[in-house]
Design a protein around this ligand. Structure first.
Ligand code: NAP
Length: 215
């Protein structure tokens, strides 16, 4: 079972739909139950046999061993404080990118701990934070009839949790690349912001494909 905090939003919803389509049981979390119900219904419209439920964020975090944090960066501190107790020993997947738009350009926000995921780990040291899926647009996840042609770099200080998330990525056809410890996530944040600026010029959804030569 996988819960999505902010599962009504663009990325949380897209990921939830992909995992539901892959046969996983998913829980849409929201600050408002009505909103979560609406998102769950939209998944069922597209995937009638989806195993999907709707709950308020805290209950959503309590229900699952794997919890995706899919809220805008400025909201992450407050929401983590609100659900902290529910996260003991759990895998917390951060897809959060700390950026803002200045004069039409995406710029990285200064994050005290280096990256949004490292900051999340500092907020909830009793959870196992994994940084993943940051570089893939929600539109890629929502188009469930199409295979995903993007890789994801996965970082964590918890090898067991990293493996869980890398296995999950494979279930939805995303190639996982082991990026090492969580401190590497600061470069993922930066690469995402680079891609957002590239997208602005090209109008598409650029993502990462990692090719290894000489392996
Ligand atoms: N959009 C993408 O393609 C994409 C791709 C990769 C990574 N990301 C990252 O994923 C995260 C979510 O992005 P998004 O585009 O999905 O954002 P979004 O649609 O604007 O918001 C996601 C959800 O966050 C919740 N939320 C908003 N403000 C909140 C607050 N103050 N406290 C608690 N919850 C709040 C809302 O859920 P409720 O109102 O239901 O509570 C909202 O539906 C961001 O950090 C973004 O950088 C996005």
């Amino acid at each position: 079972m996988i819960s999505f905090i902010g599962g009504t939003g663009k990325l949380g919803f897209g990921l939830a739909m992909r995992f539901a389509n892959a046969g996983e049981e998913v829980i849409i979390g929201s600050r408002k139950l009505d909103k979560a119900n609406g998102a769950a219904e939209r998944i069922l419209e597209k995937i009638p046999d989806a195993r999907v439920r709707a709950l308020e964020n805290r209950e959503a975090a309590e229900e699952s061993g794997i919890v995706f944090l899919a809220v805008p960066y400025p909201a992450q501190g407050d929401i983590l404080r609100a659900i902290s107790e529910a996260l003991h020993g759990k895998v917390l997947v951060s897809v959060v990118n700390p950026f803002k738009c200045v004069n039409g350009e995406f710029v990285k926000l200064n994050v005290a701990h280096g990256s949004a995921a490292e900051e999340a780990q500092a907020f909830v040291p009793h959870a196992k934070v994994v940084s993943a899926f940051k570089n893939i647009s929600h539109e890629v996840f929502t188009r469930i009839e199409e295979p995903i042609r993007c890789d994801t770099i996965v970082c964590s200080d918890h090898e067991d949790a990293k493996k869980v998330v890398m296995d999950l990525a494979e279930k939805i056809g995303v190639k996982p690349i082991d990026g090492g410890p969580l401190r590497i996530s600061r470069y993922l944040d930066a690469v995402t912001i680079l891609l957002l600026n590239v997208n602005k010029r090209y109008g598409g959804n650029a993502c990462l494909k990692i090719e290894f030569y000489d392996l």
